[in-house]
Design a protein around this ligand. Structure first.
Ligand SMILES: *Cc1c(COP(=O)(O)O)cnc(C)c1O
Length: 455
């Protein structure tokens, strides 16, 4: 073997065949097996000595990955993965994700990647249209809802500071309800903003409750923004976006909508009206890696007035000046907290272009139907209690009489038997069970099989 410095950058036919062969096999798993949790000691033993000076036979390394490592990863794209928020990328999106890697698509700037950015922006436009955002809306794809929420709320904070003529010392607050995602709470810590907590009504954040809370507060002028959730992660509840948007417009507050999970419902006619009011959002996040069938990691971040984001996020460095001398072309780097970025919107673009939007609508409606049918089955089952009518595709329910430990033991056993990955969740301090549907391969038969284990 040559030791020339460029050896590791040359295509090596054996390596190409090996990895493509593995990918072909992984793509064709039907169904994808759930697989298992990992044992740290065993995994470390398998990995011991691997990263040595001379490297290893590629077939051996791949075999180690296939047989030992990948089996200790619970497959989020298994139709029996019903915890947290699953992932079910289309094969078109998955395959194109490999193209994005293969072509080293750098998505920073128009100067470097106009072709890729034009396609990504086509998808952002499609999402903006579904939300009813104006022609001027735009943004970028980031790694996830957390990165999207952070990037958007920094813009909300700095826009408010400018408007109020205050500096970093001023106390600023952002209105949220209990059910707001943990990433928003983290964002507040990072950006030095306090939460203005508003109690929910029937677990929803409503405009009326917000108006009342602001009226009762001695310093309402310190509240600069409102975060509405379009689909809470645990329960799939969509806040009163219409009511919230009225208050934000009355008071000139920034309106951010976190639709990381539920934003995909904009594509589902049966529930579209629940999103009314979203057209007034100043910023909006939806994760295609959740319910728009893209692979990890992909979140769409949109701003009503992108120039406000650009004023906050544009990085200023001599070597970057050239990016900003190209007229008004779109530089995705200017719209979030990032510089280098994968053109991670392209897999979704390719899949949408191949399958058409109706296929997305149908697949999302299927997830909604599965949740409704499951809710009905739970209602009809003696020892089970439905905790809420599902608004989206999450269903929380109780097994009458079970202790917390029983839920955990049951969940463990279900995974050990490869019947399902269904983790317990919290409901007003109580431990309960929860399904999150979105995989088109999940069937009522699987749901019945899982529920039968609770008898
Ligand atoms: C998943 C989720 C997030 C976080 O998104 P990541 O992609 O995991 O960073 C934020 N908000 C809501 C409502 C979510 O469901």
């Amino acid at each position: 073997m040559s030791t020339a410095p460029n050896r590791m950058h040359r295509p090596d036919n054996e390596l190409v065949d090996l990895v493509f062969g593995y990918m072909r096999e992984r793509l064709q798993y039907d169904p994808v097996p759930l697989d298992h949790p990992g044992d740290g000691e065993q995994l470390r033993a398998h990995l011991a000595g691997l990263l040595n000076e001379h490297g290893n036979n590629p077939a051996d390394v791949l075999k180690l990955y296939d047989h030992e490592l990948s089996r200790a990863v619970i497959s989020a794209d298994s139709p029996r993965y019903l915890s947290f928020i699953p992932c079910a990328p289309t094969k078109a999106a998955l395959l194109f994700d490999m193209v994005v890697s293969c072509a080293s698509l750098q998505g920073i700037s128009w100067l470097e990647a106009a072709g890729a950015i034009a396609a990504e922006n086509q998808v952002l436009r499609l999402i903006a249209d579904r939300a009813g955002l104006p022609e001027t809306a735009g943004g970028t794809f980031v790694s996830g809802g957390s990165a999207g929420n952070l990037s958007a709320l920094v813009v909300a904070r700095d826009t408010a500071r400018r408007k109020l003529g205050v500096g970093p010392e001023a106390r600023l607050r952002i209105a949220v309800a209990d059910q707001v995602h943990s990433s928003v709470k983290n964002t507040f810590n990072i950006i030095g903003v306090e939460a203005f907590k508003v109690p929910t009504v029937d677990r929803r954040f409503t405009g009326e409750a917000l108006r009342a809370a602001l009226a009762a507060d001695p310093n309402p002028e310190t509240v600069i923004a409102v975060v509405g959730t379009a689909g809470t992660t645990n329960e799939g509840i969509i806040d009163d976006l219409q009511g919230l948007s009225e208050v934000t417009r009355e008071r000139g507050l920034w309106f951010h909508v976190d639709g990381a999970y539920g934003g995909a419902g904009l594509f589902a006619p049966s529930i579209r009206e629940r999103y009314n009011g979203i057209e007034h959002a100043d910023s909006f996040v939806v994760d295609p890696h959740k319910w728009l069938f893209a692979p990890f990691d992909c979140a769409a971040l949109l701003y009503r007035e992108p120039r406000l984001a650009k004023a906050v996020h544009t990085q200023d460095a001599g070597y970057l000046d050239v990016l900003h001398h190209e007229g008004d072309e779109w530089n995705p780097t200017d719209y979030a907290y990032h510089l280098t970025r994968r053109a991670r919107g392209l897999p979704l673009w390719f899949s949408l272009a191949v399958h058409g939007t109706q296929a997305y609508t149908d697949a999302i409606e299927e997830g909604l139907t599965l949740a409704r049918d499951t809710a009905q089955l739970i209602r009809e089952t003696e020892h089970l209690e439905l905790l809420h009518d599902p608004q989206l595709s999450a269903v929380c329910f109780r097994r009458t009489g079970w202790t917390e430990q029983q839920y955990y033991d049951w969940s463990h056993q279900l995974l050990a038997d490869q019947i399902g990955f269904v983790t317990p969740t919290g409901w007003d301090g109580e431990t309960v069970a929860r399904f999150a549907f979105l995989h088109p391969g999940t069937t009522m038969e699987m749901v019945r099989e899982i529920l039968d284990t609770m008898a």
